[in-house]
Design a binder for this molecule. Structure first.
Ligand code: ADP
Ligand code: ASP
Ligand code: MG
Length: 409
C-alpha cells in the first residue's frame, strides 16, 4: 500500500465526463489498496472567466477580493469529484485550502505556502476515505483566502505530498509527460522518460508551463518523487523527475528548450559610465517590487553607456513609469526605450557542464535563420537569448532540430 497524491489540471476536469473519468482512475488506485489524496484545479477556462469577471467590475481589482473570486473555481471541482466517488460507493471528502489549513503568507494572488496541517487528511486516509483538496488556494494567518499564482495547483499537490511524505506525487495533465519542448509549438517534440530536478527547475523558470516553478522547488527541497502523466491515457509511465544525474550520462547534451513570451525589454540610453549607475536605475525598480530578469550593460563609448534589462510584461508599464518619473532626469539619461514584443528562448541541459561548443552552436543556428540576438544570459546548465517575438517559433524549431531533439533524430 502506498500513499499517493494525484493532481488533475483544468482540462483533466474540464467537463462532467472528464470528472467522472478522473473518479474512475482514482477508484482503480483505491481498489488496488492505495491511500489517495487528490488535488484538483478549476475546470478549464474557469479561472480565466473569474478573473475576466473581476476586470469587468474593476480595472485593478482589490487583491484580497480578487482571491475570494479566483479561488471559487476549485471549490466547485472538489465537490463534484467527491460526489462522483460517493455515488460509486467510495468514501470521499472534499476540503478547501482553508479547511485543510494550507497556511500561506498574505501576498494575495501570489501567496507562498508556509505550512500544511495534515491531521484531518491523515485521519480520513486511515479510515479509507479519499481526500480531495482544492488546489491553488490557501488561507493566511488572519483567515483570509489566498491564491498561489497561475498554475498553483501543481504547488498545492507537491506541498501536500511533502507534508504527508507521500510515496509519489502524480501530476495528471493533457500531455503524457514533460517534452523536449512544448509539443503545441513543435510537433516533433519527444517525451522525456526522466528529467533531472535541476533541469526541470530551469525549464519551469524559463517558461515551460507544464509545472509551476514553485512546485518544482518544493519537490527539490523535500525530495518529493514527482511524475507528470496524462489523464487521457490508461497507463503511461509519464516523466519522472529524478535527483540523480548518473543515468543521464548517455543521453543528449540538451534536454529541453523553453520559451517565454511574458517579458519586456527596457533600455536606458546614454547614461554616464560611472560607479552607482546600475544601482541608480535598478534600485527604484526593486523598491517598486518589480522583478528584473536579464540585465546587460554595454561597453562605454565616450564615457556613456546603455543599460538594458527585462521585466515581466505585466509590470512593464509600471517599470517605464518608475524610470521616467524617478530615474531619467536624475541620471541624465538621453532616452528610455521599451520593447514588449520580445521573447526569451532557452536551451537547458545538465550535459552542458561537460560539453563545449553549445553556445556557439546556439548562436550559429540562430544566425543561419537570420535571427538577431538582443540579449544573452547563461548559467551552468542553460543558455537564454532574447529575440524578436515574431521569430520565437522559428528559433525554437531550429534549435530543437540542431540539438537533435526531433523525433526523427
Ligand atoms: P494543467 O491544466 O493540467 O495544469 P497546463 O496547461 O498548465 O495543464 O500544462 C500542460 C501544458 O504545458 C501542455 O498542454 C503543453 O502545451 C504545455 N507545455 C509547455 N512546455 C511543455 C513541455 N516541455 N512538456 C510538456 N508540456 C509542455
Ligand atoms: N486554476 C488555477 C489556474 O488556472 C490553478 C491551476 O490550474 O493550477 O491558474
Ligand atoms: Mg498547470
Amino acid at each position: 500500500m502506498a500513499l499517493i497524491v494525484q493532481k488533475y489540471g483544468g482540462t483533466s476536469v474540464g467537463s462532467p465526463e472528464r470528472i467522472l473519468a478522473v473518479a474512475k482512475r482514482v477508484e482503480r488506485w483505491r481498489a488496488a489498496g492505495h491511500q489517495l489524496v487528490v488535488v484538483v484545479s478549476a475546470m478549464s477556462g474557469e479561472t480565466n472567466r473569474l478573473l475576466a469577471l473581476a476586470k469587468e467590475i474593476s480595472t485593478s481589482p482589490d487583491p484580497r477580493e480578487l482571491d475570494v473570486v479566483a479561488s471559487t473555481g476549485e471549490q466547485v471541482t472538489i465537490g463534484l469529484l467527491a460526489m462522483a466517488l460517493i455515488e460509486h460507493g467510495f468514501k470521499a471528502r472534499s476540503y478547501t485550502g482553508a479547511q485543510v489549513k494550507i497556511l500561506t503568507d498574505d501576498a494575495f494572488t501570489k501567496a507562498r505556502i508556509v505550512s500544511i496541517d495534515e491531521q484531518n487528511i491523515r485521519a480520513d486516509l486511515a479510515g479509507g476515505t479519499v481526500v480531495i483538496v482544492a488546489g491553488f488556494q490557501g488561507v493566511d494567518e488572519d483567515g483570509n483566502i489566498t491564491t498561489l499564482g497561475r498554475g498553483g495547483s501543481d504547488t498545492s499537490a507537491v506541498a501536500v505530498a511533502a507534508a504527508l511524505k507521500a510515496d509519489e506525487c502524480q501530476i495528471y495533465t493533457d500531455v503524457d509527460g514533460v517534452y523536449t519542448t512544448d509539443p503545441r509549438i513543435v510537433p516533433e517534440a519527444r517525451r522525456l522518460k526522466t528529467v533531472t530536478f535541476e533541469e526541470m527547475l530551469e525549464m519551469a523558470s524559463l517558461g515551460s508551463k507544464v509545472l509551476q516553478i514553485r512546485s518544482v522547488e518544493f519537490a527539490g527541497k523535500y525530495k518529493v518523487r514527482l511524475r507528470v502523466l496524462s489523464s487521457f491515457e490508461e497507463d503511461g509511465e509519464g516523466t519522472l523527475i529524478t535527483f540523480e544525474e548518473d543515468e543521464k550520462m548517455e543521453k543528449a547534451v540538451i534536454s529541453g528548450i523553453a520559451f517565454n513570451r511574458d517579458e519586456a525589454k527596457i533600455t536606458v540610453m546614454g547614461v554616464p559610465d560611472r560607479p552607482g549607475v546600475a544601482y541608480a536605475i535598478l534600485g527604484p525598480i526593486g523598491e517598486a517590487n518589480i522583478d528584473v530578469d536579464m540585465i546587460i550593460q554595454n561597453a562605454s563609448a565616450n564615457g556613456m553607456t546603455d543599460l538594458s534589462f527585462t521585466v515581466n510584461r505585466n509590470e512593464y508599464t509600471k517599470a517605464m513609469d518608475v524610470l521616467n518619473r524617478q530615474v531619467k532626469d536624475q541620471i541624465k539619461a538621453t532616452d528610455i526605450r521599451g520593447d514588449a514584443k520580445i521573447c526569451k528562448v532557452s536551451i537547458v541541459g545538465v550535459g552542458m557542464r561537460t560539453h563545449a561548443g553549445i553556445a556557439s552552436k546556439t548562436f550559429r543556428t540562430l544566425a543561419e535563420e537570420g535571427i538577431n540576438i538582443q540579449m544573452i544570459s547563461t548559467s551552468e546548465i542553460k543558455i537564454s537569448v532574447v529575440i524578436d517575438e515574431k521569430y520565437m517559433e522559428l528559433a525554437v524549431r531550429a534549435l530543437h532540430r540542431a540539438f537533435g531533439l526531433d523525433q526523427a533524430a
